[in-house]
Ligand binder design. Sequence first.
Ligand code: GDP
Length: 455
Amino acid sequence: MSTIAAIATPQAAAGLGTVRISGENALTIGDSVFSALSGKKLSSLSGYSALYGKVYDGETPIDDAVALVFRAPKSYTGEDVVELSCHGGLYIMQRVLRAVLEAGASPAEPGEFTKRAFLNGKMDLNEAEAVMSLISASGEEARAATLNALDGALSREIFSCREKLAITAAFMAAWVDYPDDEIDELSDEQMTGTLTQVKASLDKLLSGFDAGKAILDGVDTAIVGRPNVGKSTLLNALSGTDRAIVTSVAGTTRDVLEETVRVGNITLRLADTAGIRTNTDDEIEKIGVSRARERFDRASLVLMVLDAQHPLSQDDKELLSLCEEKNCVVVINKTDGERLLDQEELSTLTKKTIVEISAKENLNMQSLVSAIEAVVGTAGFDPAAPLITTERQRVCVKKAADNIEEALQGIAMGITPDAVNVCIDCAIENLSVLTGEKATETVVDEVFRNFCVGK
Ligand code: GDP
C-alpha cells in the first residue's frame, strides 16, 4: 500500500499545524524532508519518540518542526506514521506537504488514515463512523455519546447480540444435521427467549436513533405562524441575537432566516419563515411564502406560534391543521398582555403540546425548552448507552431486527428449524455488515467519503 500524507489540522492561521505521513515509507520520507538538530535520523528511532529540527524543501529550510514517530502496529493507522508539527499557517503547511509529496508520498484521500485504521483492524466500521461524529460533535452530550461509540459501546452490544444468535443457530444446525447424536433439542421457549431478547436490544437501538440524531446532527426546525405573532422575536430570544428583523408591520420577514441554537441538550437549526400566507400579491413575498412552505415540509420539528392577544383567525386554524402531521409544539406568545385567544377552542383544534410564553419578556422559556426536548425525544437521553448514529447503521440494525421477527413468526407457525436458521443467519450477516466485517467495498468507501482529508 502506498505511503500517504495530508495536512491533519485546520487550514487556517494557527499556533501549530501538523502534516501526517502514514505507510511503509513514512520514516524514509520523513528523513528526506526533516533534519534533526541532534543529527539523528527518524528511521533510527523507536515508536512514540520525537525529534526537534527543521523541515526542508530541497535545500531551503521551510520551518522549525517537531517530528513524532509511531511504529507499526502501534499507531492510529496501524502503519509507520510520522507527524511533522510546524507553525500553523496555510502557506507553511502547504509547503511542508508539497515537500513530503515530492519525497514520494501520495496525497491522502478524505478519511484515508481512518480507513487504513479500519483495514488494519485498529477499529471497526462503527468506531470509524464515531471518529467522524466526534469531529463534528456540537455539544457535551454529542461528544460523550460519540466517544462512547468510539470506545466500542455499540460494537460490544452488536457482538453480544451476534454471539447469542450464533449459539442458537449452531445448536439448531447440530440438532438437524446429527439427529442420531445425543444433542438436546432446543425447546421453542429457549429459542424464542434468546431471539426475543436480541430483538429487544435491536429495537432499543432503533428507537434511540432519532434522539441520537437530534443530539448529534441537530434538528431542522421551522417557526411558523401568522405575520406579527412574534416569530422573529422568538427566534431572537432562543438564539440570543438580534438577527431577525422585528417590526410591527405584517409580512416583514420576507425570506427564510436561519439560525443554529443550542436548546437544552439539542442543536436546533431554526428557520423563521415568512408566515405561510397564501393570499399575498407582492411578488417578493410570494417567493418568501413558497420557501417557507418548502422549509416547513422539510422540518422535523415545528414551533407553531400564536398570539395570545388575538382571537384565533382562519389562518391560525389552517396552520394548526397543517401541523397535526408534524412533530410540533404550539407556542402561545405575548402572554404578557390582555388575553383574547380562546384556550378552549384551541384545545379542540390541536392535540399537540401547548406552551405559553412571552418571547419579548423572556417568560416561561424553560417550559418551551422542556417541551421541545420531550417532542424530539431527547429528554431522557443517556449518552452512555450504545447508540446508532448513521443511516447505514440504522438500516443494518433494522434488517437484522426484521430477520429475527421473521424467525419468531416462523417458530410460531411451526416451520422447520432449517428455515428458522436461514433467518438467523441473515440477521448475523446483517450485524456483520454493521461492524464492517462483511461490508462491501462500496459501503466502506461510502463511509469514508464523508470524512475530511487528513483524518
Ligand atoms: P413575526 O412577524 O411573527 O416575526 O413577529 P415579530 O417578531 O416581528 O413581532 C411582531 C410584534 O410583536 C413586534 O412589535 C414585537 O415586539 C411584538 N412581540 C413579539 N413578541 C411579543 C411578546 O411576547 N409580547 C408582546 N407584548 N409583544 C411581542
